[in-house]
Design a binder for this molecule. Structure first.
Ligand code: ACO
Length: 322
């Protein structure tokens, strides 16, 4: 049994903020943000938009794209570090809003690597036959946990949600490989200033940008090389690479070091900024029309922890239900 990705959906807050619309008090500029990161705009949730409301809309769009109903879903996994409540899990709110009365729902926390971590979990469940059809949603309202006075972090992040329907199918297509890693000795390089058990607040995002930058390039490249080796592929065999969307200079370095053709690399950070766990599924949604024409699609992630991971997914026009 393989885990086949059959539907993609997304949701963005209504409000879009261009670099030029950021507060003058931040003492930043469109020129600096574009040159150092590639980001041109981000979407910011209003008070009435929450991680769960974005997740639900993304999920509905993914179900529509997959042409299946919510009743077919027996597992909902939301990757997020900005859930609606401390508990219950945002995934259970999604389950309620979609009217799903069976199966299970839970959240996972791996920051920007959340989607690849969730895919690994869901793939394992599907391969063991425990669940038949899952919704994986990366959803964040990161704007709620950045310090809007700190120009070195707040300009980098945005809000949004991306969802994917993953179905068990008797096929050689779908998830071929998924490998997750973490290195806890680096927790202080990227974290919030507080938490429930320490300060009873969520805290705000603190990042040693240069350290994260270096580590992201090194580990995403390493993960890519390992994926190629483990699957007996060369970089030319990759048809599409969907990396975590944090900084275009990180992506450019991965292109340079791996030798992959630039046109095969999906870049959406100019539109969405860094949406943490939502970044990869949002990017997948952007290219959903071409995905089924591709053979080998690679996902690469890197986030706080540090956490990182890589996945290889085989697509085809012949995927059942497409
Ligand atoms: N506007 C103008 N100037 C700025 C801004 C800004 N928004 N931010 C920082 N600067 C200034 C700094 O104050 C500094 O000035 P100084 O030289 O006078 O001290 C100068 O720009 C350079 O600052 P650096 O921090 O060294 O800038 P750098 O080129 O390293 O870029 C950045 C910073 C964009 C954060 C980069 O390091 C980066 O992308 N890091 C990786 C982020 C990432 O990948 N995150 C992924 C995981 S996120 C997650 O898991 C939640």
């Amino acid at each position: 049994m393989n885990s086949v990705l059959i539907g993609f959906g997304a949701s963005l807050p209504k409000k879009r903020i261009l670099n030029t619309e950021l507060s003058p008090d931040l003492n930043t500029s469109d020129e600096w943000i574009t040159r150092r990161t590639g980001i041109k705009q981000r979407y910011i949730a209003s008070e009435s938009e929450t991680t769960s409301s974005l997740a639900v809309e993304a999920a509905k769009n993914a179900l529509k794209h997959a042409k299946i109903s919510a009743d077919d879903i027996d597992l909902v996994v939301v990757a997020t570090v900005t859930g609606d409540y401390t508990f219950p899990a945002t995934a259970t709110i999604v389950q309620r809003e979609l009217g799903i009365k069976h199966g299970a729902a839970f959240d996972i926390s791996a920051a920007c690597s959340g989607f690849v971590y969730a895919l690994d979990i869901v793939d394992s469940y599907i391969k063991t036959g425990k669940f038949k059809c899952a919704l994986i949603i990366g959803a964040e309202t990161f704007s709620r946990i950045v310090d809007w006075k700190d120009r070195s972090t707040c300009v980098l992040f945005g809000d949004g949600a991306g969802a994917v329907v993953v179905q068990a199918q008797e096929t050689s297509l779908g998830v071929q490989y998924c490998k997750i890693r973490s290195a806890g000795e680096f927790i202080d390089s990227l974290k919030t200033s507080g938490g429930i058990s320490t300060t009873q607040t969520s805290g705000v995002t603190m990042m040693e940008g240069r350290e994260v930058f270096r580590f992201a390039i090194e580990k995403m490249n390493e993960a890519l090389q390992q994926l190629l080796l483990d699957n007996n592929l060369s970089v030319e065999d990759i048809d599409l690479l969907v990396p975590h969307q944090a900084n275009s200079r990180i992506i450019d370095k991965i292109i340079e070091e791996s030798g992959i053709t630039k046109e095969k690399v999906v870049v959406t950070l100019n539109k969405h900024a860094n949406t943490s766990a939502a970044s990869i599924p949002l990017a997948l949604n952007e290219v959903k029309d071409e995905l089924f024409k591709k053979k080998n699609v690679v996902l690469l992630s890197m986030g706080a922890g540090f956490t990182w991971g890589a996945a290889l997914i085989k697509f085809s026009n012949n995927i059942s239900g497409r």
